[in-house]
Each structure stands twice: as C-alpha cells, then as structure tokens.
Design a protein around this ligand. Sequence first.
Ligand code: PLP
Length: 381
Amino acid sequence: MRQIYLDHNATTPVHPEVLEAFMSFYRERYGNPSSIHWAGRAVRGAVENAREQVALLLNADPVEVIFTSCGTEADNMAIKGVASALRSRGNHIISSRTEHPAVVNSCIWLESQGYEITWLATDENGAPDPAALDDAITDRTILISLMFANHETGALLPVREIGDIALRRRIYFHCDAVQAVGKVPVDFRGLNIGLLALSGHKIYAPKGVGALVVRKGVKLSPFIHGGPQERNRRGGTENVAGIVALGKACELALAAMDAESRRLTALRDRLEAGILATIADVKKHCMGGPRLPHTSCLSFLGTEADSLLLNLDLLGIAASSGSACTSGTLKASSVLMAMGVDPAFAKGTVRFSLGRETTEEDIDYVLEVMPGIVARLRKHE
Ligand code: PLP
C-alpha cells in the first residue's frame, strides 16, 4: 500500500547525510569526550563543531548552546532552572495554555511548589496580545515562556514584540522553538530571547538529542546534577553521535531553508485550497496570521478526529490531531479550546504536517480520498 507521511511535527525521518554522520560515531569514534587520551580527543572536537553548527543556524554564540536529551528536557531545564535561580527575586511566571505540555506541565508543577502562573489568552490566530503580556508583568515576574511556533496549528507567535517587552521590562524570555527551528529563520540574539529550546528529531536528526540555548549572563540553576559536562550546566556523558547528528541537521536545514520553505508553502496551499474547494464546513485555523510553511490545521464539522485519522491510516496516510481520547470520550485539543475554537469544529480536527520528502502527488492523493472519507463519516456520526 502507498504510504504517505504527513506528520512531520510529531517526528521526521532521519536525513541520509545525518544518519551517515551519526553511524560513523557509533562505529568508529566511541570515545568519551571528557577522556584525555586519543579516543576522547577524537570526539571532543566533533561535539564543539556541532555546537558551532547549531549556533550558526540560530545566530547564537556556541558557548550558549547546552546539549540535552530532547526538547522536553530543554523546556524543563529552562523553566525550572530560572524559577529556582530567581526564587529570591520573585515567583511569577507568564505562559499560555496553547504551549506544548513540556511547558504547560512544567509550569503546573511549579504552581504546586508555590509559584504563580498567569496563563495568557490567545486570539483565533493563536497569538497572545503583547499589550496583555505587558499588563500581566508584576514586580514578582521572573519569566515569560511563550513559544515560537505552535505544534498543532503552525501559528507563529509575535516573538519580536514579546522579546522587546522582555528586554524593556528586564524579564527573562524562554521560547520553545522546537517547531520553528530549521523551518523559519530564528534569530536568537536579534529577538532578545534569553533561553531557547530545540529538538533534533523535528529536523531530520535522530530522537534523543536536543538543546537549550542560554544567553550569556542568564541565571540558571542546573537541572541535571552530575559531572562538569556542558560547562557545569548539564551533567551526564554527552550523546556524541546524537550531538554530531543534530549539528549536521542544523547545517543542512540552514542550506535548504529558503527553497524548502517556498516549496512546502506551495504544497500546503495546494492541500488547503483543494480541501476547501471540495468539502463544505471546513475551518482552516490561524489563517489570519503568520504560519509555519509546512503545517495545516483543519477542522471538519460533523466528524471526529479519531475516525478521520483511522480512515486516512487505512489508506496509508499518516496525519495527526491534538485531540485526546480519555475514557472513551474524545476531548478536543486544549490548544484549540484555548484559542476559543467552537468545540463542534475542534473535535474533528486534523493536522497535516509536510516535510522534505512530501511531493505534489502525495498531496493530490490526499485530495482524492478526503472528500469521500468526510462524507462517509458525516453520514454515520
Ligand atoms: N515543544 C514543542 C512545541 C513540541 O512540538 C515538542 C514535541 O512535539 C516538544 C516541545 C517536545 O520535544 P521532544 O519530543 O524532543 O521532547
């Protein structure tokens, strides 16, 4: 059966060149970078080279890059690390319910430890109002945690305005850029971001590696205590092969970004236009604001996401939804609910996220089968 993968926001296949770099470190260069002998020396330089590749993609300084095991760890490290380091200054954090669970649940845990969280509302394009952010800041505020691009809708947040406010009010700004890095330009320094999280497996590197980029001078308590790795900021023997792969993936993303962004925007627009032209009662989310080039979030009235995804899967199409099925009842995505989307639409939402191997034929196949699936489900539900 034909297989079409349209779930790149969940994870991406490893790029062949990245895989090659990764495997060579497992095969031949197995040393511990902290060892002073030949085997250690052979890999230390590779880790530092990867740090430079990550920094170059983000306009950051290599010393600002801390390698982690994933995006979730980077988010936890940023939020809990700043909360702990600045506890004597304040206990107030500003975030949004539309953030990834790595951020939302870190904040909820901090709430149980005596911190106060303000959850900013977002508009129908998934963006918080910068004026509301400014108003929410108090003399106890220590951190703003707002993402670069939303994982479900693809909405790009007003990061420049948020960074400007953070700079003016002298508050650290943590930005979860897991879905944006490698897809759109991310200027760490120019946007006044204090801490930025990214993840390897969203950009064609393997799972098990990510990074937190921390501006020089930002106070951060270590999250994982151990050896002196990562300049005493994150203990644990480095995942050398994963780090090298992440560096390579960043290098490739930088080279391909402009052309790939144009290509994916055209494919995404073809998908959306085709669906809207052939199926009634479809809502396309976040269309009024800037979006990631490769993500399309569509709600089909009178359907349920699980049935849509199952039917797509039966035809070889992998997509996803933000809905969660708890004890037999389908709960609409918390991101869409926080954006104020009508629950009747929200529960029938599918996210298509395109990637480097997606072709026009793939999109046309989806366009061919989608009207039939929706019509069948609407008849039965
Ligand atoms: N933040 C966002 C916006 C994400 O989309 C994800 C993964 O889906 C994460 C964080 C977590 O990244 P990881 O899977 O590397 O832990």
